[in-house]
Design a protein around this ligand. Structure first.
Ligand SMILES: [Zn+2]
Length: 273
């Protein structure tokens, strides 16, 4: 019965499973297979159109087979999930079945769109192109693509370090020669005060960025992925905090300006009262 625990749920098969990954349901698991295509169970997942989590239900358009093995054979199955907030918000999935082996062969929105909800906040502080590559990298890593996703993240990380460098090089006593000659881990150290402390303390984790792509295996890249992603998020978290503080200061300035000009108007004879 241990295999039972690894059977993907409808949500896992639709939302988390990469395309073309096959799963073979055992004969005793017909009900689990049936669930993937016909279950009406609520699915809590991100709705790209609401831009937040929502509850989805399957939209049944054809007859539901009465037999639990009705889905078995050589067939294609469509699954359409409808957002409970707005029935026009739909997620589409296409499955191919051969015998009891099932694979997802198509979906819209993309896997990356459905799995990048937690990084959406960063679109406010990343250039548009970098943000696109950030979400693309997450999508690739979700598909098990190591080197490809790593290349995208490395570029974004380097851009962020370079942005810190652009500020740091105006500091008095800045040694540009040393910086230019340094590798990534040492550059992070030189940029102390311009990058999050955590990055500086753990700079040795970023040694991998100085290695050529051809020296790295798929698995090394996949292993480095979360560390690199976290580094990027830490830099972006600080940028978000700075932007939020800046916005509050602007609001405060406006409010104070409003008060002062109002007080001025009231004190002028002939205007108030
Ligand atoms: Zn929705």
């Amino acid at each position: 019965m241990t295999a039972q625990t690894t059977v993907p749920t409808k949500k896992e098969f639709c939302i988390d499973f990469p395309l073309y990954e096959q799963f073979t349901f055992a004969e005793g698991q017909d009900h689990d297979g049936w669930n993937v295509f016909y279950s009406q169970e609520p699915i809590d997942t991100y709705c790209p159109e609401c831009n937040t989590h929502s509850i989805f239900h399957q939209h049944i358009i054809s007859d539901v087979p009465r037999y639990l093995d009705g889905w078995v054979g050589s067939k294609r199955h469509h699954v359409t999930l409808k957002c409970s907030r707005d029935s026009d918000h739909r997620l589409y999935f296409l499955f191919d079945v051969e015998g009891r082996t099932v694979q997802k062969i198509g979906q819209y929105p993309s896997l990356a769109d459905l799995n990048t909800y937690d990084v959406r906040q960063y679109s406010a502080v990343l250039p548009k192109e970098d943000f696109k590559e950030f979400t693309k990298a997450i999508g690739l890593a979700a598909h098990g693509v190591g080197v490809g996703s790593f290349v995208y993240l490395r570029r974004i990380f380097e851009n962020l370090v370079d942005a810190a460098y652009q500020t740091a090089k105006n500091d008095s006593g800045w040694d540009d020669d040393a910086y230019q000659k340094s590798r990534m881990a040492d550059r992070i150290q030189l940029l102390m005060g311009h990058l999050p402390e955590f990055l500086v303390e753990n700079r040795s984790m970023y040694k991998i960025l100085s290695q050529g792509i051809h020296e790295l295996t798929e698995n090394e890249c996949l292993a480095a992925f979360p560390v690199l992603k976290m580094g990027i998020e830490l830099v972006l978290d600080e940028k978000l905090a700075v932007a939020a503080k800046q916005q509050k200061l602007e609001q405060a300035k406006k409010a104070i300006h409003g008060l002062v000009s109002k007080a001025g108007a009231e004190n002028r004879p002939g205007i108030s009262g």
